[in-house]
Design a protein around this ligand. Structure first.
Ligand code: BGC
Length: 216
C-alpha cells in the first residue's frame, strides 16, 4: 500500500514538472551583425555575415504543413534590417485583414522592457508577399522601407525598420520577434509561426518578444 502511494506521488510530481516545462517557452536571443544593405531584395554581400534563424514556434498550424521563414538581421545606428525567405507554396492576399494574408510581421521593442502591453518604444510592422505594408501599434510607413519578390519556394522580403526613440550601438539588446502568417487558397489564415512567441501574443504583449543582440 505504502509503495503504491509513493509511486502515485512521484508520478504526480513528474506530471507537474512536465506541465510547467511545456506551458512556457524560453526567451530566445539572436545576433544581428553590423551593416547596411540596399532594400531591393537582392542579397548584398553584407548579409552573408549575418546568422540565419528559423521561425519554428507554431502558434497555429504544424511544421511542414504551413509557411515558415528563414531570416537574418543586420543593424546600424538608425535601423535594423531584416532579410526573410518565406517557404510558402501558395500565395494569397484575399483576406481584408492584412494579418490573415501571406505576410511577415516584425516586432521591435527598442528599450527591451518586456512589458505586458505596448509602451512608446514598441512597434508592430507587417508586409505581405506583394510588398503591401500594414501597421500595428506605433508603427507607420515613415519607419518602414520594404521590398519583396516571389521565388520558386515562396517569397523574399527585405525590410528596414527605422528606430523611433533611440540610436543603436554595439552591445545593445533590443526586443525582437518575427512572425509568418500563412493564408490558404480561400484567404483564411491557417498558419502562424514565430521565431520567439508561441501564443499569438506579440501583437499586444511585448514580453513575448525575443532578444536581439547587436554585434559588430
Ligand atoms: C496577430 C493577429 C492580430 C493582429 C493585429 C497579428 O500579429 O496574429 O491575431 O489581430 O496582429 O495587428
Amino acid at each position: 500500500m505504502k509503495r503504491v502511494s509513493i509511486i502515485l506521488i512521484l508520478s504526480l510530481i513528474a506530471l507537474f514538472l512536465l506541465a510547467s516545462l511545456t506551458l512556457g517557452q524560453q526567451t530566445q536571443t539572436a545576433v544581428a551583425k553590423y551593416g547596411k544593405p540596399k532594400i531591393d531584395v537582392q542579397m548584398d554581400e553584407v548579409w552573408k555575415s549575418a546568422k540565419e534563424y528559423v521561425t519554428d514556434r507554431y502558434v497555429s498550424g504544424t511544421k511542414d504543413k504551413v509557411a515558415y521563414a528563414k531570416f537574418r538581421v543586420l543593424w546600424d545606428e538608425d535601423s535594423i534590417y531584416v532579410w526573410a525567405e518565406v517557404y510558402d507554396s501558395l500565395l494569397n492576399k484575399d483576406n481584408t485583414n492584412p494579418w490573415e494574408q501571406d505576410s511577415v510581421e516584425i516586432f521591435v521593442d527598442e528599450g527591451n522592457e518586456k512589458a505586458s502591453s505596448y509602451d512608446a518604444n514598441d512597434a508592430q510592422y507587417r508586409v505581405n508577399f506583394d510588398n503591401y505594408q500594414s501597421f500595428g501599434t506605433n508603427a507607420s510607413k515613415d519607419y518602414f522601407v520594404t521590398a519583396s519578390r516571389k521565388t520558386d519556394f515562396g517569397y523574399v522580403v527585405e525590410a528596414q525598420i527605422k528606430m523611433r526613440t533611440k540610436k543603436l550601438a554595439e552591445g545593445m539588446v533590443i526586443g525582437f520577434d518575427l512572425q509568418v502568417n500563412d493564408s490558404n487558397m480561400f484567404g483564411n489564415r491557417v498558419g502562424i509561426v514565430a521565431w520567439n512567441e508561441w501564443d499569438n501574443e506579440s501583437w499586444k504583449n511585448p514580453s513575448y518578444f525575443g532578444n536581439l543582440k547587436l554585434e559588430k
